[in-house]
Ligand binder design. Structure first.
Ligand code: UD1
Length: 421
């Protein structure tokens, strides 16, 4: 298993390019199941999660080609060969559940393994199931699989989601796009990645209103067509790298991201003394001259502070001046990075959904273990500023969602290398 070795203490100066958004790309790829025509996705990120999803879609009958060294994905599904999404693939990645809606819409049935728990929480699928049942599907759970059928086809209706789940909103939009009649989703997730899916579906011939809002109206159509779509940039990757010069010192230009998608996050940073300025190609983030002030952060659905940046923010706050409180409201168990940061000298107390972080003047390098995707990058950020050497183990978590971390950071002066074993 590869590890990443970081020698902390170097300030960062340079430019970092932001890739296409993993979570948008994972929501766009299953759209191939809704049409026989060719779907081309450009600005795709090169990540192991994308490869896993490719395997899953291929197992269902999709033909998928990576071009332009993985930046372009060409997908077509002339026919669905099986409607069974196997546990062996689904268990690797929760986003695999995004084949449920489109399989039901195209084939009238689907057999999709439940993803199971993951390090950050139980993550059930009740909201997906209830919403698809309102569209006319019948869904039973047997042997760990959801057996879904829509014998008479799916039929549009009004659905108010009990929680604005990103995945449930996406599954529902895909299913409703080819249902009979009109579907009105209220309390829908407003995340930009959902909007990106809607935009692509509209280019494929879907009739959808309300992109970016919590009320989405979908007029079902009988057929969808091919399209070419550029994946939006990764706001979480952008936020992660914005923190790097703040933690390590220096000045980094983040190229190609969209700061407008990170308002709650940027506001927090500005309020504790970080300088963020727009440049021609992105934003420039400058590390503070003095020690940062502690702050309270609460994760929320979009446009609130993203849960996917909570671990990285915790890494930053471990050395702030004073006591910070991080309140995690989206996932019940998303503090797995805290014990690892504590191994580096951080003072963190977890109780319920809250982490109380008492800033220390400096972290110390240590061997640590990545427990999930965002936790892994939080340790890398912490290590950039820590005294001495840090070895991050289990970096396959990192590779799921960040491409070329070592290269991007070392180009800015960090001492970081991957040890391939
Ligand atoms: C997506 C993102 C993930 C991000 C999350 C929240 C992808 C591939 N992943 O995950 O990076 O952290 O949004 O912004 O886009 N829930 C239920 N029942 C359900 C569905 C969800 O209880 O049927 C709960 C989950 O357990 C979790 C919360 O709702 O606690 C948020 O989940 P959801 O918004 O669905 O996240 P994902 O789509 O899984």
């Amino acid at each position: 298993m590869d590890t990443i070795l970081i020698k902390g203490g170097k300030s960062l100066n340079g430019k970092i390019d932001i890739a296409g958004a993993k979570n948008a790309c994972l929501a766009l790829m299953p759209l191939t199941l809704l049409t026989e025509d060719k779907l081309t996705l450009t600005n795709a990120p090169k990540l192991s999660d994308i490869n896993t999803f490719k395997q899953l879609l291929e197992s269902l009958g999709a033909e998928i080609e990576f071009k332009k060294s993985g930046r372009e994905i060409i997908l077509s599904t002339p026919e669905i060969k099986t409607v069974r999404a196997d546990y062996e693939i689904v268990r690797k990645m929760r986003a695999s559940n995004l084949v449920l809606g489109p399989l039901l819409a195209r084939e009238g049935h689907a057999i999709v393994s439940l993803p199971g728990g993951c390090a950050i929480g139980a993550r059930p699928m009740d909201i997906h199931i209830d919403a698809l049942e309102m569209l006319g599907a019948k869904i039973d759970l047997r042997d760990g699989y959801l057996f879904a059928t829509a014998a008479k086809g799916l039929k549009g209706c009004a659905i108010n989601l009990p929680f604005a789940s990103v995945g449930a909103t996406e599954n529902l939009i895909m299913a409703a796009s080819m249902a009979k009649g009109t579907t009105i989703i209220t309390n829908a997730a407003c995340e930009p990645e959902v909007g990106d899916m809607i935009e692509c579906l509209i280019s494929m011939g879907a009739i959808i209103e309300g992109k970016g809002t919590s009320k989405i109206i979908i007029e079902g159509v009988s057929q969808l067509y091919g399209a070419k779509h550029a994946v939006i940039s990764d706001r979480i990757e952008m936020g992660t790298y914005m923190l790097a010069p703040i933690i390590a010192g220096g000045e980094v230009e983040i190229i190609g991201g969209n700061i407008k998608l990170l308002e709650a996050f940027s506001e927090k940073l500005i309020s504790i003394g970080v300088t963020i300025t727009n440049s021609l190609d992105g934003v420039i983030v400058k590390g503070p001259d003095d020690r940062l002030q502690a702050i309270d952060v609460k994760t929320e659905i979009y446009p609130g502070f993203p849960t996917d940046l909570q671990a990285q923010m915790m890494a930053l706050l471990t050395t702030a001046n004073g006591t910070s409180i991080l309140h995690e409201t989206i996932f019940e168990n998303r503090f797995m990075h805290a014990p690892e940061l504590i191994r580096m000298g951080a003072k963190i107390d977890i109780s319920g959904g809250k982490a109380v972080v008492e800033g220390v003047s400096r972290l110390k390098g240590a061997p640590v273990m990545a427990t999930d995707l965002r936790a892994s990058v939080s340790m890398i950020l912490a290590a950039l500023a820590a005294e001495g050497e840090t070895v991050v183990n289990r970096v396959y978590h990192l590779d799921r969602g960040y491409e070329n971390v070592e290269e991007k950071l070392s180009n800015c002066g960090a001492i970081i290398e991957r040890i391939i074993t």
